[in-house]
Design a protein. Structure first.
Lengths: 461, 299, 250
């Protein structure tokens, strides 16, 4: 007897349902990456920091006042934010009105107007701004009351006269977006002015060194730092900036080499142009890095002697407060400052007019909120560009005003949280004021998981 | 990140002053290495069969008498003499050191065995170079050659065990300036061949690798050449065995070395300022070793 | 490293500078400090009628005569350590001995001469001026140079003129491997053997302008060679833009 063979008469009509299954390993980003690599044969370069989901300061929360701790009155009871950096060797340490500074970003990556806006804002706020890979521009020196001068592996635009004009010197070993990698600036941003400052031919794709040309290793660095001090008569603080990888070892070495201040840039730190492979696959999240840095300083009995500036995804007053609680003396803001200036905004402002930038985003193949195209030099809102027309989309005075408002907001949030924890000085925030909301964050920050006494990874306390 | 120094005497006069000349060399490297320091002194022993075991105790009031009496009671090591000076002691043996080492490990585990050999003594400890030099009387030492080191710790802890020189086999030790980038994989390979490690210091990986090659029958030059291929990173290595002093720099050659040679001595240091006090330094032939070349000076 | 306070105290105990009749003064580093020496050199010596400073007993000390900014003549009698004449402007510095690494790093102008050999990274990132090494120079001679002229009487080590952006390097002896790796617009002239070229560096024919350049630099350095014996090494410029087909080992 013939049994009928089973047939699915509608098999032809619903195959597309199955094609909507998602794939975790070969997800859409991965498909795009492989397809681009196959077509172009070169790695992907972009701006901004790590985009993927990582433990951030959002995964920590404050244990503010209760029955056991008393809060300070907002607006009435003083909570000071004054911060001093560089007390170890310098005869002229840096005094900040608030523990929030502007991170080093290059002229070349940013326009001259933006560098000026950063300087003006820093002056109004009583904080510092920092030069970047490419050297010091007259605009930023004139507009910044307190300016930190970077010494980078490339030494583009490095000049001893600028060194002598600086209020602090930052020797850069690496940054959070690409620890172990050098700077990068693509040809479309190497204009005449940039080329001249960097001693490069106009329009080349700049390759940067990842090691300094005149020293290798912390033992040599001790002598290099001495050279910089000799040239500036031991007046100004020397910062050493590292991308967060082997944080404990690196902080110890920076201290041994003679740093006054350590600047630590976590994985979420931004860049104007770097290979994607660096941005997403190097370095450790900022909340893990801060804790390791603090432990290193504690072990060396250098807390209070060598200061710590933390950067890499600091976005809000809450982030500032948590970074300080975990051990930072101050923070540095890069990406956030650019957003305050209009990065990823759908419009820019000219006078009192709002002008849509949507078309420019579309031309880049992106949209406001998703743009990371700093490396192209076609910034729709005129920030990360050398184009003379695009640059005019931000006027220094307007930019400065926005930056000032943003930083003041964060500072207010910082003092609000500090007061709520009963602190009359934001620097009295401590790790024990925090708990973690996830196991990863608790383990990385070295604080208990909320509602428990358990610090993952710590056996006995 | 460190400083290294070495001195090989070509005349009895320099031999007599070996330690006295080494001390300023070691102290000259303090800025490169403030965490710990150490040195190895080599002497041609009149009785080449006599063994010497160098040990370090946790404190100066260690019960050395107990060590002597235990070895005597167990009749280990043949004719045994123990010379203690504070935390450091040298146990001289006419017989087989192996059972003595087993006894030390089992009954006196607090002692760090620094070296076992015929011609070499090792002194190393945490502290500034000046402190270590004073504590172990560097300026009184005499010998045919010596190597020394000052350490700025990069990755592993700061303990006497992690200080250089690293001993790898009888009468062989090594000091290192730089940072190896593949120390763990080298270590695992060597450990699988039965060689035991005392620390997680990257230098020990280099030391044990060469020890392994020497045990396989390579002469020192060939062993070091194997090392140049296997070890990755930045390194200047200075080594001593009973009859010679050897130096090699990696292909990048970013970690420094300066050599000064006269008719009376060969001196090596990471920086010239450690050589400036040496006799007739102004007439010395001064040069920097080339990368990837093995330099060997014989006693 | 000494703190400023300790350096000050030591300076106070040190001998004051000897005046040899106004124009030339001497400073003895055996009894003085590098800090005091540099502070003096950064002061207004020209205004005081000083034209020349002689430094005795340098003994390999580091950071001697860094950050100068005046047309003084400086003679260092002996071997100098790292960063000698670093970031030099206008001064003429001569080392009567050997120099440690990073001699005249980031030099902006002026002249620095070494009678013996110079260690790694001579004139690293230098922007201008002239650096002369009469003996050999170590590896990475002229690394990252940005306009300085360097003349080496002996040979240079490997990776010389690495990422050199502008300026001229003249080598009267041989050059080690990796010469001119990642070269931009700087030009290298070599008289002896070249062990190997770095990525994007190649030999090119010498033009009359090249012979004239070499002649001028040799004359300023005081070396007596025939410019016709030199070869020109310059960038092939294939790395100026991102290129997936380039050799990825570099």
């Amino acid at each position: 007897m013939n049994h009928p063979v089973p047939v699915f008469p509608e098999a032809e009509s619903f195959p597309e349902d199955f094609s909507l299954e998602s794939n975790y390993t070969f997800n859409h980003d991965t498909l795009r990456y492989i397809q681009l690599a196959a077509r172009r044969g070169v790695y992907d370069i972009r701006g901004m920091g790590a985009k993927r989901k990582l433990p951030t300061f959002d995964d920590l929360t404050f244990l503010t006042a209760s029955a056991s701790r008393y809060p300070l009155e907002g607006y009435r009871e003083k909570c000071t934010t004054r911060t001093v950096l560089g007390t170890r060797f310098a005869s002229r340490p840096i005094e900040l009105a608030m523990p929030i500074t502007f991170a080093g970003m290059s002229f070349g990556a940013l326009s001259a107007n933006i560098k000026e806006a950063l300087g003006r804002a820093a002056t109004m706020l009583g904080t510092t701004t920092t030069t970047g890979d490419g050297g010091m521009t007259p605009e930023e020196r004139e507009s910044s009351r307190t300016l930190v001068y970077q010494v980078l592996p490339s030494r583009y635009g490095f000049n001893p006269n600028d060194l002598r004009k600086a209020d602090a010197i930052e020797v850069v070993l690496g940054q959070g977006a690409k620890p172990g990698g050098g700077g990068m600036l693509l040809g479309q941003k190497i204009t005449e002015r940039v080329a001249k400052m960097r001693t490069l031919p106009v329009g080349v794709d700049q390759r940067s060194a990842c090691r300094h040309p005149d020293w290798t290793g912390a033992d040599d660095l001790a002598l290099k730092i001495e050279e910089l001090r000799e040239i500036t008569e031991w007046r100004v603080p020397i910062y050493v900036k590292i991308g967060a990888t082997r944080v404990k070892n690196d902080v110890m070495l920076a201290v041994k080499a003679g740093a006054d201040v350590v600047v630590l840039d976590g994985m979420q730190g931004g860049t104007a142009a770097t290979q994607q492979v660096f941005i997403e696959h190097t370095g450790i999240p900022t909340i893990a890095a801060v804790r390791q840095a603090r432990e290193a300083l504690e072990e060396m009995d250098m807390v209070g002697v060598v200061q710590l500036i933390v950067s890499g995804g600091i976005r809000s007053g809450a982030d500032v407060a948590k970074a300080i609680a975990l051990g930072a003396n101050a923070v540095s803001i890069g990406m956030g400052a650019l957003v305050a200036l209009g990065c990823n905004s759908s419009f820019y402002v000219q006078g009192t007019q709002r002008i849509s930038a949507q078309a420019d985003y579309r031309q880049l193949g992106t949209a406001p909120g998703s743009c990371h195209h700093c490396h192209t030099g076609r910034c729709p809102v005129g920030i990360t560009t050398q184009d003379p027309v695009l640059q005019e989309r931000v006027r220094p005075e307007d930019g400065a005003r926005h930056l000032k408002s943003y930083f003041q907001t964060m500072n207010m949030e910082l003092t609000t949280l500090a007061r709520a924890c009963g602190k009359s000085d934001v620097h009295h925030l401590e790790p024990e004021d925090l708990v973690g909301l996830t196991i990863e964050a608790a383990a990385m920050a070295g604080v208990p998981l909320a509602g428990t006494d358990w610090i993952p990874g710590v056996v006995a306390r | 990140m460190c400083g290294l120094v070495g001195l090989l005497a070509k005349t009895p006069a320099i031999s007599e002053q070996l330690g006295a000349l080494m001390r300023p060399m070691l102290e000259g490297m303090t800025q490169r290495g403030p965490d710990s320091a150490g040195f190895a002194i080599f002497n041609q022993s009149p009785d080449s069969k006599a063994w010497r075991i160098n040990v370090l105790a946790p404190a100066a009031d260690y019960d050395w008498a107990l060590v002597s009496s235990t070895l005597a009671a167990k009749r280990l090591g043949g004719k045994v003499g123990l010379h203690a000076d504070g935390r450091h002691a040298i146990i001289e043996l006419s017989g087989d050191p192996a059972p003595v080492l087993v006894c030390l490990q089992e009954e006196f585990p607090a002692l760090d065995v620094l070296s076992t050999g015929h011609a070499m003594d090792i002194y190393k400890d945490v502290g500034l170079p000046r402190e270590v030099a004073e504590r172990y009387r560097l300026d009184e030492r005499t010998g045919t050659h010596a190597i020394g080191h000052t350490r700025m710790a990069t990755e592993s802890e700061i303990t006497p065990r992690h200080a250089h020189p690293f001993v790898a086999g009888p009468d062989f030790c090594i000091v290192h300036n730089g940072s190896l980038s593949n120390p763990y994989s080298v270590r695992k390979r060597v450990e699988r061949r039965g060689i035991h490690f005392d620390s997680n210091n990257d230098t020990e990986s280099a030391a044990r690798f060469i020890q392994w090659r020497l045990a396989k029958g390579d002469d020192l030059g060939i062993a070091i050449n194997h090392g140049l291929r296997e070890l990755d990173g930045f390194y200047t290595l200075l080594m001593g065995d009973g009859k010679s002093m050897a130096l090699v720099r990696d292909p990048f050659a970013c970690k420094p070395a300066v050599v000064a040679e006269t008719d009376d001595y060969v001196a090596i240091a990471s920086e010239f300022r450690s050589l400036k006090h040496l006799p007739h330094i102004n007439e010395a032939s001064i040069y920097e070793p080339k990368p990837e070349r093995v330099y060997v000076w014989k006693v | 490293m000494e703190s400023l306070a300790t350096a000050e105290k030591r300076a106070a105990r040190a001998q004051p500078a000897n005046r040899h009749g106004g124009e030339t003064i001497a400073y003895d580093l055996a009894t003085g400090t590098v800090r005091e020496l540099n502070r003096m050199l950064h002061g207004d010596l020209l205004g005081q009628g000083v034209r020349r400073v002689v430094i005795e007993n340098p003994d390999g000390a580091h950071n001697i005569a860094v950050g100068l900014d005046a047309p003084l003549q400086i003679d260092i009698n002996g071997h100098a350590g790292y960063f000698t004449a670093g970031q030099n402007m206008q001064a003429h510095v001569t080392v009567h001995g050997n120099a440690g690494r990073s001699l005249a790093e980031n030099i902006m102008s002026g002249r620095v001469r070494v009678k013996g050999y110079a260690s790694e990274s001579v004139a690293a990132s230098g922007h201008g001026g002239l650096v002369v090494v009469e003996g050999d120079a170590g590896s990475r001679c002229g690394i990252s140079m940005k306009g300085v002229d360097i003349v080496v009487g002996g040979s240079v080590g490997h990776m010389s003129a690495f990422m050199a952006q502008a300026g001229r390097l003249v080598v009267c002896g041989d050059a080690g491997h990796g010469l001119g790796d990642s070269l931009y617009e700087a030009v290298i002239y070599v008289r002896g053997r070249i062990e190997g070229f770095g990525a994007d560096a190649r030999e090119e024919p010498m033009a009359e302008a090249d012979y004239a350049s070499v002649a001028e630099l040799l004359a300023r350095a005081g070396f007596n060679h025939n410019p016709r014996d030199f070869k020109r090494v310059a960038s092939a410029r294939t790395l100026y833009h991102w290129n997936p087909d380039a050799n990825q080992e570099y």
